[in-house]
Design a protein around this ligand. Structure first.
Ligand SMILES: *Cc1c(COP(=O)(O)O)cnc(C)c1O
Length: 357
């Protein structure tokens, strides 16, 4: 089979162990004689998987007892709406650190009074705003911890005087998180914990039931908490693969262990970007993401962009083209991206340098 170094931003590389388990479960799910995509979601075998998935989330992130985890369809983009519908009564504040943050704010504005507290749009979202004040009268403050397109990241759990809501689509499970600092954490699975088709939401239960608007049954988090994410047919296959991905993560030592590796991988690539005269990083150094590494050709070498893309492609690099809105290059180094892939990319950049210096 062709070997590819997969740096795609999402859907992303997944551990081989999870892929193998998925293939096996498509043949025969837990000895039922049926593929996992045909078993009843009310069967005891499926319920077991659902419970295992929830338990892995709670264990890996050390989620306190006053939180619930739900798994739903609709993507992180629909969660932008869920958050506002379920939590916005008087006023909500958003930190605008990229396109996803902006889209989250847009959805909230359609529901009620949502304001931008600080933005880094002035410099193409290349940094995380600092020194802003969070008003005490907000129902919640919304952040996007990792900005997938621009390669910036809030790498710590901030203190927040109001309920803190975080879109962690692209850095969930990449580092230990103090869940107790957040009222709600959500994201799409397809960036770091599974295939596309399922979202996770970690919800502190006391924040719900405080809004006066009518909540359609499907858009009410309480429905899905009460029915343990089985109010309607859950996205069975994505949840299965996510469960296997989390089993893999637990097997290699959990979020502490993977965080060490992630930091090493990112450092390796950032060091090369900083050393290699042909390339330059686009994110402010102190805000650099350990998940999505963004860079461009250095001044004077801009005309080599397409040539480098072709050169890298020839060597098996997949998905390093930057997002269409920013150009350049982006290497996504999610949990399942092996260190060898990063080493191969670094070697590729060094060989390209030799060709052109
Ligand atoms: C990809 C992404 C989204 C959108 O996810 P969908 O599941 O495609 O709706 C939202 N937020 C962030 C930070 C992302 O990276």
């Amino acid at each position: 089979m062709k070997k590819a170094y997969n740096f795609n931003a999402g859907p992303c590389v997944l551990p081989q162990q999870a892929i193998d388990a998925a293939i096996a479960a498509l043949q025969d799910f837990k000895g039922t004689g049926m593929p996992v995509i045909s078993v009843s979601h009310r069967s005891k075998e499926w319920e077991e998987t659902m419970n295992e998935c929830r338990a892995l989330w709670k264990e890996l992130l050390n989620i306190p007892d006053n939180y619930e985890v739900v798994f739903l369809g609709g993507g992180a983009s629909l969660q932008f709406l869920y958050v506002a519908m379920n939590l916005l009564e008087n006023k909500a504040g958003y930190l605008e650190t990229g396109v996803w943050a902006k889209k989250a704010l847009k959805e909230a504005k359609g529901i009620g009074n949502a304001i931008c507290i600080a933005s880094s749009a002035d410099k193409t979202y290349s940094y995380i705003p600092k020194g802003y004040e969070i008003p005490k009268d907000l129902d919640y403050f919304h952040i996007t911890t990792n900005n997938t397109i621009y390669g910036t990241e809030i790498k710590y759990d901030m203190d927040c005087p109001v309920n803190l809501v975080a879109d962690m689509s692209s850095d969930i499970m990449s580092r230990p998180v103090d869940v107790s600092k957040y009222a709600l954490i959500y994201g799409g699975a397809q960036k770091n914990v599974g295939p596309a088709g399922v979202i996770f939401a970690i919800i502190r239960k006391d924040i719900l039931g405080k809004v006066s608007r009518y909540l359609p049954t499907m858009l009410d988090y309480r429905t899905h908490i009460e029915k343990e994410s089985m109010f309607n047919t859950p996205p069975v296959f994505p949840i299965f693969v996510m469960t296997e991905t989390l089993k893999w993560l637990k097997g290699i030592g959990g979020v502490e262990a993977i965080h060490k590796i992630n930091v090493e991988k990112a450092q390796l690539l950032y060091d090369e970007i900083d050393r290699n005269p042909l390339f330059v990083g686009t994110a402010a150094k102190e805000d650099r993401s350990i998940m999505n590494v963004c860079f461009v050709m250095a001044p004077g070498y801009e005309n080599l962009q397409d040539e480098f893309l072709a050169f890298a492609k020839e060597r098996g690099m997949v998905g390093i083209k930057g997002h269409r809105s920013v150009g350049g290059f982006r290497a996504s180094l999610y949990n399942a991206c092996p260190k060898e892939a990063v080493q191969a990319l670094v070697a590729c950049m060094q060989d390209f340098e030799k060709l052109h210096k």
